[in-house]
Write a protein that binds this ligand. Structure first.
Ligand SMILES: [Zn+2]
Length: 223
């Protein structure tokens, strides 16, 4: 088993045991007051099984590692799948703003549902991320919309087409902005998460110093 698969299996096991513990509790839900950041990652039904096992290591972990370094706070990742009407949500739309309004309403319902089924407390720091196989509109080759998120807020959608889209959209959800995206040089040029991607440059999987400040200030204001 590869390291990626082992990690993924470990995470799934952890999540299952956390859910089981939550369900076993008689006296209601509890949460860690100091670290209530929770990222629900919902695989859209169109993401093939073969791509799912590497999503944590290649798309999620670069963001959560950077987030934890910047804020000194932990963020727990909870994966979910095959759960209509969320994982079969019709995310492909020319009018991505109208589509996203529908997703925002659904993310509210999702959090309420998991709270009501006694699994997780409803927290304003939760992030609900829909991982999709394709762009919302257009294509990676000819341009289009690969992701969208609240600025700042709980809801996000990110395509797997580029590895930095998850970090970019979650960055928006924690108040990072395009204007402070940067190109860094460390022997080769790389783009920080919030820089609009250009061909032939790699991604640094970090936020610029200015965006680190935005994220830290936002997170501290939520405490
Ligand atoms: Zn953006």
């Amino acid at each position: 088993m590869s390291i990626a698969l082992r990690l993924f299996a470990l995470i799934v096991t952890l999540i299952l045991s956390i859910s089981a513990n939550a369900l076993n509790k008689q006296s209601g839900l509890t949460d860690n007051i100091e670290d209530p950041f929770r990222l629900f990652v919902l695989f859209h039904d169109d993401v093939p099984e073969s791509k799912r096992s590497t999503v944590y290591v290649e798309h999620i972990r670069p963001f959560t590692a950077e987030f934890e370094k910047i804020t000194g706070r932990q963020i727990s990742v909870v994966f979910d799948r095959s759960r209509p009407p969320y994982t079969n949500f019709n995310y492909k739309a020319e009018d991505h703003k109208a589509m996203f309004e529908r997703w925002k309403k659904l993310t509210w319902t999702y959090r309420a549902e998991r709270h009501d089924s006694n699994e997780f407390l409803f927290s304003r720091n939760d992030r609900i991320l829909l991982i999709t196989n394709d762009f919302i509109n257009g294509s990676p080759l000819f341009g289009g919309t690969g992701g969208i998120a609240t600025q700042p807020g709980n809801s996000a959608i990110a395509s797997l087409d580029y590895k930095q889209i998850v970090g970019h959209e979650l960055g928006h959800s924690f108040n990072a902005i395009h204007e402070d995206g940067e190109v860094l040089y460390n022997g080769w040029w790389c783009e920080t998460f919030m820089f609009e991607p250009l061909p032939f440059r790699s991604n640094c999987y970090v936020f610029s110093e200015a965006n680190k400040k935005h994220i830290k200030a936002y997170v501290d204001s939520q405490s």
